[in-house]
Design a protein around this ligand. Sequence first.
Ligand SMILES: *Cc1c(COP(=O)(O)O)cnc(C)c1O
Length: 445
Amino acid sequence: MNSVLKFQYPAHSHRESAPPFKVYTERTLHKIPALARLPEALRFEIQVVASVLPFRVNEYVLNELIDWDDPYHDPMFRLVFPQREMLEPADFAQMAALHQQQASREAINALASRLRQHLNPHPAGQLALNRPQLEGDTLEGVQHKYRETVLFFPTQGQTCHSYCTFCFRWAQFIGDKTLRIASNQVDSLLAYLRQHPEVSDVLITGGDPLVMKTKTLAQYLEPLLHPEFAHIQSIRIGTKALTFWPQRFVSDADGPALRALLERLVRGGKHVALMAHYNHWREMETPMAEQAIKAVRETGVEIRTQGPLLAHINDDPATWARLWRRQVHLGMIPYYCFVQRDTGARRYFEVPLARAAEIYREAMQQVSGLARTARGPSMSAEPGKVEVQGVAEIHGERVFVLRFLQARNPAWVQRPFFARYDPHATWLSDLKPAFGEARFFFEQE
Ligand SMILES: *Cc1c(COP(=O)(O)O)cnc(C)c1O
């Protein structure tokens, strides 16, 4: 059957063996059986946007998560399927014209590259900042921004089971090598950690490191059990596999090996946390998703949850309250509620900070204390993670009350500061200091 598709990793990646599920990409979009039920005009729009923003979806998401009776109002559909409004109208029109003229692949790719430049592919200075040095060389695939925590991007983990339309790491999925942050240099990671006793946490991320075979993952993580890495107390694994391929932990051929690895790390004395990405309670509704959560918990690994607040997907308090309640019920710990970053299809997803703070507060009011562990709404900005605590009036001036949850300079952490209220602001860069100050305390003179 021609709908049996080869899994395509982006160019330049080190290919692992094929995954045990069908995957559709931009090139094979037209073969998705359920899409045939949508009007032709809508399918065309999806195709146009998918030639600019990365697209990938697997059969589990298609068959188990999306409500095909009403896809256009379905948060799971919007989570993975490109929508017309994700591009600026002028950009959409240009790309649509090329498709209508049946332009060549080269022409489409060339326009796609130009349009991507408008989409701030590297928010918060990711390409230039936070790149650590080892003996005078820049370490590939490592970011070290906050003193305690090193982020590691293994080469083989730089893709995902499906792609989210809002992903802030979207630029690394389009096959452009200069945009990818990745490493297969386990030795240089370990050498760096040896030299940095102040680091207590390693966060392995992507992409999704759980697209990797357990054998590969073990090469990165097992050395950390050695006594010389006793200072590495916590290992975090960032993933959306609990949503996009829960079989990974349960029925996959490699499932038992993964669970055994997690158990070895826990028994070896590490605090191991799966940083599970969630956007909607619908992601936790299938029996397979529930089984996977249970299987992970049985290894002694904690599951902490995080995800951005997104227009069209979860921008109301009831959705967040239900999401957090369900997570606590299933034994997970809500961790972060993020503000959508200023990149990619941000205009489609962005929510004003004032509204985000209101949604967060109203959701918190509906849940018990066990679900109030989610901090936010938090902006992962260049100086650090900035939480919008709320809006207040101080001596007649309306202000945002803000604080750093995490900061480039540890001395900034937990210091409250104030910005002039602006109902339209969606990011830290839109904000001005309150009370007539010239700059925020963390800005250089
Ligand atoms: C969020 C984040 C971390 C982890 O911060 P915690 O407050 O410890 O959860 C580490 N590095 C970067 C670059 C981050 O954005």
